[in-house]
Design a protein around this ligand. Sequence first.
Ligand code: FRU
Length: 526
Amino acid sequence: MMNYGIKIVTTALILMGVFSCKNENESNKEVSSESARSITAYDEPFRPQFHFSPPEKWMNDPNGLVYHQGVYHLFYQYYPEDIVWGPMHWGHATSTDMIHWENKPIALYPDEHGLIFSGSAVVDKNNTSGFGTGDNLPLVAVFTYHLMEGEKAGRKDFQTQGIAYSLDNGESWTKYKGNPVIGNEGIKDFRDPKVFWHEESSKWIMALVAGDHAKFYSSDNLKEWDLLSEFGKDKGAHGGVWECPDLFKLKVDESEEEKWVLLISINPGAPNGGSGTQYFVGDFNGTTFTTDQEQTKWLDYGMDNYAGVTYNNVPDGRRIFIGWMSNWNYARDTPTKAWRSSMTLPRTLTLHKSDEGYYLKNFPLSEFDRISKGKVLFPKPVALDEPFQREFENLNRTELKFLADPNENYAITYSNSEGEQLCFQLLGESSELLLDRTRSGIVDFEDSFGGAIQKQPYSPEGDKIRVRIIMDASSVEVFIDGGKHVFTNQIFPTKPYTKLEISGPADGSLEYLMLREVNSIWNTKK
Ligand code: FRU
């Protein structure tokens, strides 16, 4: 858990400074988003070109992921005064296509109950809260209040749960006068409410974490909550505090079976160090979550996919996930100047079942293909009697795909003129995947960032291994077999990688090798 030592924020000033440029020809709404965008050209060193990052300053967890009236909302933990963690607000961005993002004014500010920590948002379709008027249904945000005074005084009850509503699809928010809606009876880490509508019981369900376990609550109106049950004291990984739960139903891809999935972020205690996300597959009967799962399962073995949660109310039923692409081990130390950190690509979560039991895949939304626009460079199989080697102008805005033999060994290396390199290895012979960023660029800002080669066990799905590597200015996302195995990592090469080398068995080949340039999503029209 982080140290919440901080200075007090002057929110009014920030609002004025950032969002005050007026253009008389435009409406207020357009002015505020236009001026938010004009803070930056999104072209600084390391600035992601097709991942969401805030225009400036500190960001951590995605919050309030909800779709409403054609708009995907992305709220996020935001400190608008510095590039290190500070008093938390909810920053806000929207998208209509899950590719391009529009920066919006800050949605939620700290108040007398505390800072605004992580949480979720729902569309209150039946106006159960009574916050709506006539046909206008409210968006309701449910979040944790963190009261610094309480923490500083050494009390344990400083985290409570609050709500706020919006009647203009997220443009402006009103806090509920009866906050907090869930008080605290002395649980030190008591936070990150994820709320969803449970059809079967016609109730709102909330998953909340309480240190080393999850608690479930139900409500008829989002204001009064009843404790239902607890889960997890003796299940899964417990190397650190549990954070950012999410609970949802998914159909098993290969059958008609439906299961419930519980995501739990944990910090520290991830398989390659620091922060990571584990999951449980089981059943939820409206009151309790149960699972037979013995093994700890991880969504991603990279070091930079944390606090990820999924969207409520997605129209086509996909389970869309976004994670924070950082790690509390070094989140405050990464070498960016104007802003800190970005989100993963939005990904679809799917559930599968094999001899290994149930498992989740996470894979970029198909919408991403619209900006991966370059030509397929090598459509024919490429023989590997010699390592495949090519120079490119800039590999830090590309997508690479190929098929290979799951029983053989391969190494894929991206490098630049400075001798910096990122290497991914498929070790079919020992059933392992390795990601080596130890010499990937700037790595010395914290020991664990480049301290060790990351590993994950590999079990092939078919007779070909499907490799996809998506590289932005300061990240690399590796997806194997459609997201069964994933490594998400930040990288900070001082110059873009320009050389790609792939080596493998001398009598082998790479099929459907494809390298594409990815468009920037910033400062470009759709
Ligand atoms: C996870 C987390 C949450 C908390 C938020 C505070 O990264 O620690 O548990 O609500 O960040 O910013």
